[in-house]
Structure formats: structure tokens, C-alpha cells
Design a binder for this molecule. Structure first.
Ligand code: MG
Length: 467
């Protein structure tokens, strides 16, 4: 099997004419579980004493837990654009909304460009059934919805759960729409039951497509604020500081258990590659924890962009391993392409194939990627190997930088060692310069950027409240 995978990897540079055979050589099912704002230390296998997450922990026991896994942004929209396309948010111009807005809001004229190629579109030619269940947040105009980006079906809320009238009427937001495919089927759904409804949808999709390879992209609505869980989870967690946060994390854990039980019951367990992760760091104001990392959601400190990541695929991904080598959400698309034998998108992407790291086949030390950290449109940090260089801090007017942190010994980014390592500073400044030329920085455009999707007359899915 491994030889086949490596051959598939070699072939991936050129589009393949035919899909892999069905039957014993059928490519694995893929389940990509994406929590919203789940912090580095919010699950028990990463040290949480506040939430008990036995089902997620079991994934880690039966697979590999990556402790240096990075998302491309500290907030939802740019991070999700990156995960699904393998591109930095700036390359696809979803580094921000408009003006000061960092994410997309209801009725926004912008979205992921329909010509960008998502994981679903990469897998589709191989015969995969594809579903997106949960929070999309890459544009709420019809041309930007999941059904236009390679997903056969969609069920969920198209953006954040605080952009409607829950928990109380707010601002100029329309009621929160619940969508099936491209139709609004409910207004302001009871958020207590969202996770449970997503589970029902996920299980139904898996059952209906048990006879063909499937890709389930499951971007949960929670534990993004406001926190809700179904009544049976009320008071379950030991999170006394923010009980509702803990309870909704424990329901997410339950949801993972339900899906895994379904895969086992259908005898698909060994044939399914499961990835469990988060879109950005935890929001510490709302009960999440990122310890021992500094910062959280919305920052370019490690706590904003380093999140839990577990990969499980029995017989392929080593069991019970904890791996601290760099892996990025950017790398998920090309790694899945290698594993399945799919062709990469024709346009330039930033991710690299890290499937060797997932499979731990000895080839993983070549091509270890660097990491760029953007705050909105501004390049703030670069990581290469053990070093992280902070070259800007948009929100700190006192910042004089650059600051160098040794992540091998200083995970909390407490001590600036720039003066002791001028060679490392110079090398990382060089990486930043090349990034600026390709992807831009601030008002400077990069040569490799592509336009976001735009519509002229944007509409909200439901009417805005009358003033
Ligand atoms: Mg988020």
C-alpha cells in the first residue's frame, strides 16, 4: 500500500487521466472535522482539566497528534479559505473582508472566487461524494456557497453564529439562516440543537455513501461564542469559569464519538482517514485556553494560529504518536491529493505535500515548510525551523522589533533573543522579503495574488430587520 501511495505522490505533479480503481484500491474516505475557535489546550489529550473529551482523545490514541500544526490566520474566513484551497489567504484575497472587517459578514459582496479549487473539487474527479455540514464562512452569496465549490450538498449556517439575532436582537443583522444546499430552510434555528442536527446529517451522508469514496467536510459552528449545547449536556463539563463553553466542547466530543461509531458499524473504520482540528486559536475571553502558548484567537502569537490536529487512519498513520514537526493547514490539500492520487489544482498554491509526515515513512524531513503569519493584510511573523521572527505588531504602537523567539525552548514567546542570533534574524527577514514580493504586505500587492470573488449587488439570505 505504501508503495502505491508513493507512486501516487510522484504522479501528482501531472493531472491523472483516470480515477484509481474501485474495490480494494479504492481511495480512502476522508472526514475533515473542523471546530470553530477550539484552543490548543481545550481537549483533555492536550491538557485540558476543564473539558473531558474521551472520543477526541481516542482518535489521538489510535492515530497521530501533531503539536506544531498551524492555521493561516487567527480568524475564521481567512483560515477556512486557506484550509480548503492550500493557499495563504492573501493569495486568494480573503485575508480580510472590507476596511477593518477581518471576516465576511451577512450580505457581503465578497467570497472565495468560484475559480479557486477546493479539496472537494480536487477529490471530485476520483468519484468522491462530497458534503459540507456546518459553518461555511467563505461567502453567503449564491455563487460562493459550498454547492458551487465542489460539494454535492450543504447543511448549516453560512457564517458565524453571532451574526444573527441570537442570543438577542443585535445590530443590522438579518436572522440567522439555516441552509440546505442553497435554500434557507429555517430562520434563527435553536442553536442548542445545532451540533446534534449536524451529527444526524453527517451520519446520514456517510450511510448513504458507504459504497463509494466520500469526503465529509464537517466545520462545526462551535465552540465559537455564543455557546450552546443540547440540554443533556448542561452542566457536564468541569469548566466552572465558563460552563457553557465546556458543555459545548463536550457535545462536540460526543459528536466525534457518534461519527466514529457509525464508521465502525458500517465497517468503514479502516478505510477512512479522519482529521480533527480547529480553524483558529481559542478565544480566551469566552472560556477557551491555549496554554502553554501565548495569545489566542485573532493574534499572530502561537496561541492564535497553533491549534489541535489529530490524524487517524488505521494501518497507515502511526498509532499513539505525538509529532512536533511543522504541519500547516495549507498542506492538507496537497497531502490528500498525494494519498488519493488526485491531481493538484493548476494554479499556484502555497501548501506542500506532507503526507510523508502523516504516514511517518521516513521522507518527512525533506521540504519542511516555513510559516507566515498575517494579521489581516499585514505580515507580522515568520517561522522557520525553531525560530520565529516577529517583524511587526499592528496593534502595538510601541513595537520596535524585530523580535526573535526560540520555539524549541520558549513556546510561550517570552524572551526576545534577536541580539544573540543575528544570522537567524537575517535569514528570516529574507523569507519575509520573498513573501512580500509574492503575497504582498499591507498596501503592497504581491505578484502571486489572485482576486477574490465579487458580486455587484450583494443581498442577504434573509431580510435585514426594519429600523
Ligand atoms: Mg474561528
Amino acid at each position: 500500500m505504501l508503495a502505491k501511495l508513493l507512486l501516487a505522490g510522484l504522479a501528482v505533479a501531472t493531472p491523472q487521466a483516470s480515477a484509481p480503481d474501485s474495490g480494494p484500491d479504492r481511495p480512502p474516505n476522508i472526514v475533515l472535522i473542523l471546530c470553530d475557535d477550539l484552543g490548543y489546550a481545550d481537549i483533555s489529550c492536550q491538557g485540558s482539566e476543564f473539558q473531558h473529551t474521551p472520543n477526541i482523545d481516542k482518535l489521538a490514541e489510535e492515530g497521530t497528534r501533531f503539536t506544531s500544526y498551524y492555521v493561516s490566520s487567527g480568524v475564521c474566513t481567512p483560515s477556512r479559505a486557506s484550509l480548503l484551497t492550500g493557499c495563504y489567504p492573501r493569495r486568494v484575497h480573503l485575508d480580510r473582508g472590507d476596511g477593518d472587517a477581518w471576516v465576511l459578514f451577512p450580505g457581503h459582496h465578497k467570497g472565495l472566487h468560484p475559480d479557486e479549487v477546493t479539496i472537494a473539487e480536487v477529490l471530485k474527479p476520483l468519484g468522491y461524494a462530497t458534503a459540507c455540514i456546518g459553518k461555511w464562512h467563505l461567502g453567503d452569496q449564491p455563487v460562493f456557497l459550498p454547492t458551487r465549490q465542489g460539494f454535492d450538498c450543504y447543511f448549516g449556517i453560512p457564517y458565524s453564529n453571532d451574526m444573527g439575532q441570537t442570543p438577542k436582537p443585535r445590530g443590522n443583522y438579518p436572522k440567522t439562516p439555516l441552509l440546505r444546499d442553497e435554500q434557507v430552510i429555517e430562520e434563527e434555528p435553536d442553536q442548542r440543537y445545532l451540533t446534534r442536527r449536524y451529527v444526524d446529517e453527517a451520519i446520514r451522508f456517510v450511510r448513504e455513501h458507504a459504497d463509494q469514496p466520500f469526503f465529509l467536510y464537517w466545520p462545526h459552528t462551535f465552540p465559537h461564542w455564543p455557546h450552546y449545547s443540547s440540554p443533556s449536556f448542561d452542566g457536564r463539563s468541569h469548566n466552572t469559569a465558563v460552563p457553557a463553553f465546556g458543555d459545548c466542547v463536550e457535545e462536540l466530543d460526543w459528536s466525534v464519538g457518534q461519527l466514529m461509531a457509525t464508521l465502525k458499524a458500517l465497517d468503514l473504520d479502516d478505510d477512512t482517514l479522519v482529521i480533527f482540528t480547529s480553524d483558529n486559536g481559542g478565544n480566551t475571553r469566552h472560556g477557551a485556553r491555549n496554554t502553554p502558548l501565548r495569545g489566542g484567537k485573532g493574534t499572530t502569537w502561537e496561541g492564535g494560529q497553533r491549534v489541535p490536529c489529530i490524524v487517524r487512519w488505521p494501518g497507515h498513520v502511526p498509532v499513539g504518536r505525538v509529532d512536533d514537526r511543522i504541519l500547516r493547514s495549507l498542506d492538507v490539500l496537497p497531502s490528500l491529493a498525494t494519498i488519493t492520487g488526485a491531481a493538484l489544482p493548476e494554479q499556484e498554491i502555497d501548501g506542500v505535500d506532507r503526507s510523508a509526515l502523516w504516514l511517518d515513512d521516513g521522507a518527512a524531513e525533506t521540504g519542511v515548510p516555513d510559516m507566515l503569519y498575517y494579521f489581516k493584510q499585514h505580515l507580522e511573523c515568520v517561522r522557520s525551523g525553531r525560530w520565529k521572527l516577529r517583524i511587526a505588531d499592528t496593534r502595538d504602537q510601541e513595537f520596535t522589533g524585530p523580535q526573535l523567539f526560540d520555539l524549541a525552548t520558549d513556546l510561550g514567546e517570552a524572551t526576545d533573543v534577536a541580539a544573540d542570533h543575528p544570522d537567524a534574524v537575517e535569514r528570516l527577514l529574507g523569507i519575509a522579503d520573498r513573501a512580500r514580493a509574492e503575497l504582498g504586505d499591507g498596501d503592497r500587492e504581491g505578484s502571486g495574488q489572485r482576486p477574490a470573488g465579487q458580486v455587484e449587488a450583494a443581498v442577504t439570505l434573509l431580510p435585514r430587520p426594519k429600523r
